[in-house]
Write a protein that binds this ligand. Structure first.
Ligand code: MEV
Length: 321
């Protein structure tokens, strides 16, 4: 992208921002209702964004995923990203300045890996960088969460925190803390290839909660209990009970009706190949699953089994102390 001749851009220049993918290990959905959850940043899967200032008579453009065209016509999928531009320019006091935005990602969208929060977070950072402004961690999270509200209504804040954080994050009743892992394990993450809408999944759980409060509250409570004991196991390095909690969580998430047949197929392939536990990750209704492997050779065998069972892509993440 080139700078514009003939217009005084008041020192603003092209800005760059970077975030990454996340995987929720335990507690998706129940975290929206105040129960604990733990998510891990996946630093190898990056999201990059560039914000190019343009003249006031030019139309802001967006280049992201398969979309190339005017930002204003980029549709529902990019509603959160447009909001990220709006709230960040408001924050900066430069609502009149126009920007074209470009994003590039190492991981797929709509698969529970936090792509919407990662894209919004990267755009927020790119715009701040364009003005050489540094915001506090809290301000960055707040701006990203404003965008996430457009994307899926009631974000817990976990995605925004983990897609830009260095360490695993536990969130419970709005309070976040970073978690120090003990022990040694591998997470094998596999993409079903089926796009799952987090918004649809979150709204589905909410409407079932309204329809059958006792049943659904109990499921959310049990998911919270499994997450709590899994976090304890991670902090003391006990991988086998952690795997058992993951298996329990998968049953509970299916009962919440956020599962998918292809997720079940990959979960059972991973377990047959020796995973200590396996479950969906993120919003569900498709998207990704993750399996816990005790060591590198098990992780390799599980990856191969997942690809043979139809996974579109597989990534391995080494969880080290
Ligand atoms: C989505 O990655 C995780 C959910 O728990 C929603 C949220 O935490 O905002 C389903």
């Amino acid at each position: 992208m080139v700078a514009i001749a003939g217009e005084d851009l008041h020192g603003v220049h092209e800005g760059y921002g970077q975030t990454w993918a996340k995987a929720i290990l335990m507690g998706e959905h129940s975290v929206v209702y105040g129960h604990p959850a733990l998510a891990l940043p996946l630093h190898d899967l990056q999201m990059r964004a560039w914000a190019q200032p343009i003249a006031s008579d030019q139309e802001p453009q967006l280049s992201a995923l398969d979309y190339e065209g005017p930002l204003s016509e980029s549709g529902e999928l990019f509603g959160g990203l447009r909001r990220a531009v709006e709230v960040t320019l408001d924050f900066l006091g430069h609502s009149d300045q126009r920007f074209s935005i470009r994003t590039e990602s190492d991981f797929p969208a709509g698969r529970g890996l936090g792509s919407s929060a990662a894209a919004s977070g990267a755009v927020v950072r790119a715009l701040l960088d364009a003005y050489d402004v540094r915001a506090s961690h809290e301000q960055l999270l707040e701006l990203t969460n404003q965008a996430e509200k457009i994307t899926h209504g009631h974000p817990s804040g976990l995605d925004a925190a983990t897609t830009s954080g260095e360490l695993p994050v536990e969130l419970e009743r709005g309070a976040m803390r970073t978690v120090q892992l003990r022990g040694n394990g591998y997470l094998v993450i596999a993409d079903t290839g089926v796009a799952g809408s987090t918004r649809e999944a979150v709204e589905g759980v909410r409407s079932r909660l309204e329809a059958k409060p006792e049943v659904v509250e109990q499921l959310l409570e049990s998911l919270g209990d499994q997450a709590r004991s899994a976090i304890g196991n991670l902090e003391t390095g006990q991988m086998e009970p952690l795997g058992a909690s993951m298996n329990q969580a998968q049953e509970l998430l299916n009962a919440l009706q956020v599962g998918h047949a292809q997720l079940d197929a990959l979960v059972s392939a991973a377990r047959s190949a020796g995973a200590l536990g396996a479950k969906l990750t993120g919003g569900g209704l498709g998207g990704c699953m993750l399996a816990l492997a005790a060591n590198e050779s098990d992780a390799q065998r599980i990856s191969e089994a997942l690809l043979a069972a139809g996974a579109q892509e597989v990534w391995t993440h080494h969880m080290v102390a």
